[in-house]
Design a binder for this molecule. Structure first.
Ligand code: COA
Length: 249
């Protein structure tokens, strides 16, 4: 987990957020020491990718219009459905097209690919700031830490002391209980429940509706099948399914 880049989750909370230092605004000070944009102005957001996951993120950001102004999405080609549904701009696929937005934050709108590929794409934007996007109806404890680039979607819960790694996805309705640690690029699927103190290694994908027992350790790049009940530790790179979950042969 990229601890040095962690910060409290403040992307779209009804309270209007937190201090400038905690929210990362400090990097936007101008020479006179003024914040740009001011704290009451939405920040520019560029979505990397234009497909299904990107549409979910655009939807979340749009519903947080006090915090985010979606500038557009980056993709190889125009994605008609995304353009039609949101009227959001296609910015091309290269850095030239984003030069006009030096202060924009980025978010990885690619959910379907394996973690190493998502990481490769994120690295292309090294040096740019990544947003942390939290749906308005998600619940994130003020004592939880959500790293840059992570997203917490509708009605998800991130409880006290939990840590969510960089570019992780906590999908709709998932429950990340107290003191859980999610590594970078972890994808917690819709409706998943992770018990208190469990640790999930980087790049692991937890399928729809699965449960992970409290204090269990799940390795890196593991796939946990839909509906599985993980009751004991899982080694790196394994695929486990079923109740109780066992390694697929
Ligand atoms: C576990 C998983 C990755 C396996 O995918 P796959 O390799 O394509 O597997 P297949 O669909 O070809 O199925 C292979 C076998 O595993 C079984 N299987 C698949 N998923 C299973 C699951 N979640 N639990 C138990 N068995 C499962 C299939 O019934 C099939 O069994 P069979 O060989 O006896 O017929 C996948 O089923 C899964 O759970 N994906 C997560 C999806 C998800 O959460 N999406 C979130 C979108 S937001």
């Amino acid at each position: 987990m990229a601890h040095e880049r962690e910060r409290r989750s403040v992307a779209c909370l009804d309270s209007g957020g937190s201090s400038s230092a905690a929210s990362g605004y400090v990097e936007l000070l101008d020479q006179a020491g003024h914040l740009h944009p001011p704290l009451n102005m939405p920040r520019e957001l560029i979505v990397i990718g234009g497909g299904q996951h990107a549409r979910v993120l655009i939807d979340v950001a749009r519903s947080c219009s006090d915090r985010w102004q979606v500038i557009g999405y980056l993709d190889e080609h125009v994605v008609e459905e995304t353009a039609e549904r949101f009227g959001v701009r296609w910015l091309g696929n290269d850095h030239q097209s984003i030069a006009a937005h030096p202060r924009a934050s980025f978010i990885l709108g690619i959910g379907g690919l394996a973690a190493p590929e998502r990481a490769r794409i994120a690295r292309l934007y090294e040096g740019r700031s990544f947003a942390t996007l939290v749906a308005r109806d998600a619940s994130v404890s003020p004592t939880a830490i959500v790293a840059d680039g992570a997203v917490v979607l509708a009605r998800a819960i991130v409880n006290t002391g939990a840590r969510v790694g960089a570019h992780a996805i906590v999908n709709s309705g998932a429950i990340v209980e107290h003191d859980v640690e999610l590594g970078d690029y972890v994808h917690v699927g819709p409706g998943v429940a992770i018990g208190g103190g469990a640790r999930i290694g980087a790049g692991t994908h937890i399928g729809l509706g699965a449960c992970v027992r409290d204090h269990v350790r799940v390795g890196k790049n593991v796939v946990i099948g839909m509906g599985a009940a993980v009751v004991r530790d899982v080694p790196d790179d394994a695929t486990v399914v079923g109740v109780p979950a066992v390694e697929r042969g």
